[in-house]
Structure formats: structure tokens, C-alpha cells
Design a protein around this ligand. Sequence first.
Ligand code: ZN
Ligand code: ZN
Length: 1231
Amino acid sequence: MRERRANDEFRLLDNRRRAKSHKAERQNNEFKTQENERRAEALKISRENDGFKTEDNKRRAEAHKIERQSDEFKTQDNKRRAEAHKIERQSDEFKTQDNKRRAEAHKIERQNDEFKEEERRRNALRMYNSRDKYKNNFDAMKSNYESDIKEGPTHICSCCGGLWFAYSIREYTVEMLAKKGLKKEFIDTVCYLKHEIIELCATCRKDIMSNKIPNLALSNGLAFYEIPDCLKILIESEERLISPRIPFMVIRTLGFSKQFGLKGNLVNVPMNVDTNVSILPRSFSDTYTIQLKLMRQMKNKNAFMYETIRPKVVHTAVKYLVQQELYKDEGIVISNDWIKEYPNEKENFIVKNDDKKFNETENTGEDSDHDDNWNESDDKPINPVVTETLLNDEIEDQNDIGIKFAPGENNRPISILMDLKVDELTFPKIYCGKQRKIKENVKLTYAKIAKSELRMFDRRCGRVSKLFFTYKKLQTRKFVDAISINLRKTKNTKNVTVTQMLNRDYVNGLVHNDNAFAFLRFDRSSPAFWELKKKELMAMNRQLECATIFLTLSAAETQWSELLVILTKVLENKVITLEEAQNLSYEKRCELIRQDSVTCVRYFEHKLKCLWEILSAPCGPFQGYELVDKYVRTEFQVRGSPHVHALLWLKNAPKYDKNNPESIEKCVEFIDKLISVSSQPTEFSEVLISLQRHKHSHTCKQHVNGCIICRFGIPYFPMSKTMILEPFSDDEKLSKKERDEISKSRQNVKEELDRISKDKDTSLTFEEFLKKINMNEEQYIKMIRAGLKKAQVFLKRAPNETRINAYNPMIMSLHRANMDIQYILDPYACLKYCVEYINKSENGMSKLLREALNELKKGNHTVKERLRVIANKFLNSSEISAQEAVYHILSIPLSVSSRSTVFINTNRPENRISMLKSDEILQKLEPDSKDVFVEGLIDMYINRPDEMKDVCLADFASLYNVSKRKVDNAPIAENSDDEDVTENENNEKITAFKMKNGKGWIKKKTKKKIIRYRYFKLHQDPENYYREQLMLFLPWSNEEEDLLSINHEETFELHKDLIQEKRSEYVHREANEFEKAFEEHMEREDENDIEDTNIEYDQDKNEFLIYEIGNNEGDIFVEMGLKTQTEKVENFNVPKVIPDTEYQQMMRSLNNNQRRYTLNVMKLIKNGDKQFFHFINGGAGVGKSTLIKAIYQSILRFYNSLPGCNPETIRTALCAPTGKAAALIDGMTLH
Ligand SMILES: [Zn+2]
Ligand SMILES: [Zn+2]
């Protein structure tokens, strides 16, 4: 018990559970049912009111038109406030009632805060006492879970207008806030939405209670304007005709449920850049819209879809917009010819007649492989996620309809980052032709505004085109920043001063980092990011044991009625019951999901969070085996929804040892307890099993040796009991005759299985099956073993279950979507899951980038140019679904580990790459200070206090945190859904040690971090191997003395036992086998070019490593990916004369030969006019660079000493054939 309580995670869960059951107690079930009834009643009434309301809206819009003349901020603000309030209140008058009732209840219940405190204390105590009972009661947890997953982000924060989950929200009345000492006027400002019950989200609450206006408060100018009806009714293509900017991008639909995906880059094109006057509406051809329909495998051949637009509607909208300030500023004039050109009610929006023809010919396209009966899925699968748990590569979309906007040749794109009002000019329907006016003094980044927009109760920014636009804009910003950061990573050059580093040319010359691939890792959709995650996961498996369980969980949005209820509430402000949700048509469900990817994503994350809680509980599905660690990756399926792959580490789980029968028995028992393929409904419904039944589709079809087979190897073999089968060992090798026989019978079995698998109701028993294939069990097992390469688990499986994917009944009944669960037999299996599922980096993209890199290697490019090429390649070829874009914009992690990872750069000092401090910080330092690099882990280790003298580097990295302050407050993630507050009672008691250089405080952690390091191999590089072992596992204090100028092997032998003991804490005994598996895999995969083991990366956001991005010049050629010319102008680095003292020191440091040669060259220069060529040769480290420097410095001095010289004249040029060599001598590249 004590051990458990010490565990942070457990305590966190327990807190949550306590809070929840507290809530559950308050919300008595009967009351809820009654309330539902009341709501349904209210809904009926409000629906009847709908007709009236439309009328009313029109009248109001009319009134608004007149009102909207003055554009002063304050009046607007007031108006917006009233409007926002009104929108929110529309169609739920019953809510007012509800509020009143709740306010009443509050008044009585919570006369004062003391009472509330008291209540909380009492509840906590009660929970504490019943905790054991509760913990051991799965049913109680389950019913809690069921009520939790009904929750969605439906509560509106009165201050920021964001939609939040109930657990993020606290309710107040004005009186309660006033009692906390807040001024009336302040309350009035921050509580922008005037509700009787004030609801505040965690972030807003924190600021408001300390009398600060939250950054994202609506009153700071973030509230939307009400959309006038003339704009509200516009469809996407009509909006394009009247927007001063066109965002060119390719949006397509994905999979069955037709969610959206974005392919490639976004290009922002203004209208008529060359003239001052812009005329709207645009002519159709000015939109440059190409309607495309890829007819591949289209079933419905007449589904040609082009949109119609309504000229009168468009014209009215422009009439409204040109009166708005933003449009006036743009000099937009209304075109009256336009309405004459399109006089009809409706016009087909066909840009070019060619497009029409193109589509028609495409329509008649051949439908190639549809008649082989392979595809068993229909258009409305119960579960559109049939094979999602398995690998899906190279999939062609079945119904690939796309609309493509491509700019005309004469259009000059402009930077999306520099075009300040680009959002407003691109989306008049969202911003109503008005500029967003954020109050002065409010510091808001675009990223924060974007988050606020997506969470807003007004869902207008959830539109797919706006979503992708925002995503691309944020991504572009990140790329520009990342490129400038990358230009600051250099080899740790000693003896450079602040003055030198502030000289941009000098810095550019030093830039070493030519790893253009790794630079992409800041983008979470890049292969480089996942490469890094893979390394971390490998390190995790090396340090802990191999994981126990591999688990995959899908999203099944169309199946989750709770989600449909939430979506209806959020999008249509209607309350429907679960039953009504279940009766929605498939199309309606898909439409709801498509309309609000944001809510879908937040719900999925919430649902998973609730599930993880049960999975970690002692009475959960893993009862008896505590879930101690996990690694979770979120991935996106072909149809655009997320699913997660997870590796789980269970305490005390049995380990498989093929030579130990007892271990085998235990493993089988463990597997049977957790994993099932049963078709017998138990605690869960039959519908759920059907989710697990595989249906072949175009995604699993694979041609092998002229046969079509399922790439997932389905149907599976029926088995009488669960078994772990090994391939034949060397002693039991089969004769050729035996092998031939087996292969013949195998074909026979496969065909029979295929037949059986098509009948899911077959009553065939296992024995009957054996009879059918004419084998006894022994022969059957032999046949299966003959096909194995590695040990494999075969689950107990009846003949009618050959298509059922493995599941866990408990998890299934909770999650209610397609899932997969596997027991991890050995390090080889573990590696397979890591590489193939958890971290399959986007293969196609990896390949593209690698090709680009190889191409770059041939040429002679600056670092900047290289980064640009790679960035463009990536930006222009990446593909992302709407839901994935939401993960990015809301910064929801896609890779989560129960342990953080720290990289220890164990390279020799001269080979480590360091990060240069930002200009901003450099400018504050003394000009000749040499403190120019960002401090790394090793600097911190060296500066550890004397009390920690005996701590080795591995322990230091793994067990300690460094922070700038002695006591730090637990950081609250800003406006995120994840707002659990951890109890910090222990933290204050932990002693903080002051670092020797006074730069920070060191504190011990409770859970070890995973360490990652260079990992030199003994057989490849013994010298570095021994040095690394000493560096990591034996305490040291002076690197030069203790680690460099010693005999490494001897020292290692001397401390061998100590090192090995320490090492065993970080390298698990299975690690070698794991490593072997990894190397084998690497050989197969040939993953070259991704060597980035030298770059320090700190997940913990250690304050010392945070690099602040200064205002870098907006180099937009990269973000646009359009300008194809390469940079022709090269910086001509003129060597500068070094100070006399430095020169003398340098000359003194030359050896005899160097000095003699330098003098000789000088003589030649002084005496003759003849041109001469010298070739200086020698191995690495003989001092060529120093010599060259001595020579050119001497030359500079000589010329400058001549009478009448201009010191600015270029006297010398330093050139080198490669960028790297040039950087060494501070020169430039010679072409
Ligand atoms: Zn808020
Ligand atoms: Zn299949």
C-alpha cells in the first residue's frame, strides 16, 4: 500500500477517481433521467419555434445592417458581446431555466466558501475510507466510466468562450466572485458572456483569481462578429468569388466516411497585386479552381459533381462586404458587369470547359479489378475501421474525389506570414469583412489565437478549409523558425567570443549541422520526428525490460452515440437522447463528424484518458499485473480518424523461455486470461464481436505468386487450445520429402480454411475441421510449425472464429471499437511491434526525403539551401487528415510515454554539436565573453555540487532535474484539456542542491528517466566504447583529466565491477538480444543516412536548454516552395585582421616547419609579382588550418602596412571545395 501511494501516477489516478465519485454522488441518477425528459420536452418546443426564429433572424440582420455604421472599437465590442451572448442563447431558453434553478441550488448549498471547503474535506475523507472497496470493484469503475464518456466539451467558459469538459470547469455566481475580493468592474470585463451561472475554465480561473485578465479572454478582442445572413448562406466556392485572397490547396475526401484530408502545401494568392483597385466578385476563371475527380475504382459512375453557385447571393454578399473597413482598405470595388454576365438564379461553377470534358472522359474510365469478389466491405460498414489495427501501406483511395485550387501562372503568391490580415481576407464568411482587433498590451501568438478559435463555442472555425489553412500557417511559421534555429547549431568551437558570434557571416561559416533530414523533427508529422521517437522507444526497451503487451485501439465515431449526442449539442445546439443518436442515419452521422473534427478529436482523447484510468487500476483488465509503464502512439488511418498503438509494461508478467516448460505453461495461462477470439457473447454484446471480424477489402488485398491473399494472414488457423509454437530447430530438420508433403497439404488447408471462414455461423468443431482437412492434430501442428521463422502465439480458436482479431473482453466492452491485443513473446517480437506499428515512419515520405538528400549531396549547397530543399520537399508532399491537423493545432501529443527520455552526448568534446545562444542573449553579455553556447547536460554535470560528487553521469541524467528556481510551481498547461493538478506534497521536502556555477538548482526525481546515448560498440570502436562506459557509469569531474588523457581500457578494467553493476540498472539483461534483433532489422531495412545521434534533444524542456527564437528575418522562400531559382549570391567572407596579441600568440604556437613555410610564402609575396600555387598536404590534425590562418593573417598585415592602402579592400579570399572544409578555415565554398 505504501509503495503504491508513493507512486505518483497512482496518486493522480486516485485523485481523479475521488473527484469523480464525488461528482457522481451529487448527480443522483434519478434526477438525471428526469432532467433528460425535461430537456427532450424543451427541445420539442424549441424545434417548433424554429420557423419563427428564422423570421426573427432575418429581421434582426436587417436591423444590424443599419446599426453597423460606426466602427469604433468600443461600440463594436459591446455589440459583439451582446451578439455572442445572443447566439449562444438561441434556441435554448430552457437553459435559462436550468441556470436559474442551479443558481438557486448554489445559493443555498454554498452560502460561503468555508462550507464548500468543509464539504470537500468530508467527501475526501469518505472516499479515502471507501477507496479499497471502490478500487476492487470493476463494476463501480465501469459505471463511472460509462457516465464519464457521456461528457464532451460542451461547457462554455464565460471568459474565453471556449468549450470545455465538465472537469475543467468550476461554477460561480457574481456574488461568489465578489466575495473573493474581485471588483465588480473586473468581473464584468472578464465574464464576457453574461450567464447567471458563471462557468470558468482552469486557465481563466487561475488568472482571474489573481486579478489578471486572461490572455484569451473574449474581452481582449477575440469574440467573433455575428455573421450577417447575407454571408451565412454562402457556400465555399461562393466565398472564393468574393474573398480578396485565395488559399490554394488540395483538399480531398478520405475513405468511406468522407472525412477530409489535405495534400501538399498551401499557397496564398492575393488578387490583382499589380493594381490598386480590386474588383469583386471574381470571374469564375479568376478563381483558378480546377475540379478534379479521380475516377479510380469509382462505383457510381454518374456521380459527377460540380457545384452550382447563386450569382444574386454572391452579389448581395459583396455589396455588404465593400462597406466594411477591411474591404475599403483593400480598395475593393463592386463589379456590376458581373451580375449581368451571370443573370441566372443558379450557374454551374465550371471554370473551364476543358474541365468538364476531362471529367466526362474520366467518367467512362475502365473499372479494373472489381469483379474478383475480394472486396467484402460495403459502403456503410458497421465499423469503417475494419483492418485498422494492421499495416496499411500504399493504399489507393477508393472514392477519391478532390477539389484542387491551383494558382494561375501569372499570380504571384505572397507570404502567408507577412500578409497580416490574411485570415480575414481569405475567410469573409468567418470574419465578416472586419479585422480582428486584439487589444493592445495583450500578447497573443497566432498559435494561441488558433487554439482559441478552434475551441470557441461558436464553431465557425471548425470548417475544413479554415482548419487546414490555420494548420499550414502554423506549420510554415515553425519551419521558418526551425531553419533559423538550425543555422545556430555548430561544433563546439572553443575560444569564440560574443562579438564574433554576433557577426552573422561568421556564424554562417561555422554552421556545421548538415543533417537536413533531422532538422524536420520539430514537425510531428515528419519521418524525422518518428525516427527520434523510435530511438527513444528503443532506449526504453533497453533500459526497462521488453514490453509485455501490444495494444491497438481504434476510434469508431459513427458507433459512439455519446459522441453523436455531443456533436449535435455543440453544432446544432440541440439536446438529443442516446436513443435518438442511435437512430441517426449513417450519412447524418458522417456529416456531424466531418463538420467538427475538433470535437471528435477532443472526445477521443477524453475517452482514452478514461480508459487508461481503468487499465491502470488494480481491479481493471490487468488485475494482478500492475500497469507500470506505457508508450502510446497516435496514428491516423486512411479514413482520417486516429487510432493508438501502445506498448504496455506489466509488473510480474510471465516471461517466455522456450526451454522451461513451466514458463510456457504460465505464459499460456496469462494469454488465455487476457486475450480472446471467442465469438460467444459474454458481458458484451454481439455487435462488438462483429467489430473484430475481419472483412477483406482493397486495403488487405495482396498478390503473392499469382494468388491473391490477405496481407494480414487471415483466416487464422483454428486451434484446440492456446499454444506457443517454435519453428523447427536444427535437430529436427525436415527431409525434403516431408517438406514437399507439408507444402502440398498447406495449400489444401488454406483453401479449406478460406471456404470455412466465409461462413461465420459454421457449427464445425475443431475435430470435424481436422477430419475435413484429412489430418490429425500432430500433423496439423507440424504443418503450422513448418511455416514459422520465429516463435509465435496461436490462440485457442474455433473454426467459426478464423476471422476474429484478438481482443480483451473487458477493454472491448469499455472502448466499444475495433481493437487488437498481443502478448509479446520475446525481444524479436517486441522489436517488430516497435518498428512496424509504433514507429513506422511514413515510408513514402522517408524515401522521398532521402532521395532529395542524396541529390543534395552531389551538389555544392549552403546549409540554408539544403534546409530549403528538404523543407519544400516535405511541405509539398505531406498529407494530413482534418483530425490530424486538429492534433497539431491544439498541440495534443501524438507520442506519449510514461517515462521521459534524456540524451547524453557521449561523443568526444570536439565532436559535440552545441547550440549557440540567441542574439538577444548574446547582446547582453560582455563582448569578449566566451560563454556563447547554450549549456548542455554535461556542463551541468561538471557543475554539480560537492554533495553529489559520487553521482555518475547516467544517474545524474536519469534521476535529477535542473531548474532555475529553488522551488518551482507545477506548471499548468495553458488552456489544454489536460488539467489535472498533481499533488506536490513531497516536492517541497526534497532538498535542492545549488549548482557550483550558481546557475540553477538540482533536485532528485522519483521515477527514472530513460537515458539515450551514442552507444559505441565494443567490436567497432573499442576506444570510444570504454570511454563511454567510464563517462556514463563512473563518477568524474574533469573531462580532460578523468576521461580523455587516460588509457581507457585499463581504467575500465580497474573499475569493471562497479561499472557493470551500475550499468545493469540501465541496460536490461534482455537488452543484448533486443539489440541483436535491432541490428538484424537494420540490415534488412537499410536505414542509412539518418545518423543524428549527436544532437541533444531534451524532452523535459529543461530551462537551460530552452532556446528563444528572436525575430529572424522572414525568409519566405522556403515556406512557399515556389521560387525555383537557387540563391546565386554568395556571401563573400572577407577574412578580418585579428588583434595583434592574438596574432603574436598564433605565430608563437606554430611549429618550426609551419613557421618556416609561412615566412617563405611571405617572402614570395613581398618580392615577386609572379603567380604561384602551393599544395599543402597532410593527415587530419597536423595543423593545416592553423597554417593557412597564419598565412592569410600575415598577408593581411603586410598589405595593410603598405602606405596609402584602404583596409576595406579585399586582399585575400579563402575558398574550399566543400562547405565543411570552408567552415574550418572560415572561408567560403569554391564552385
Ligand atoms: Zn476560459
Ligand atoms: Zn483481409
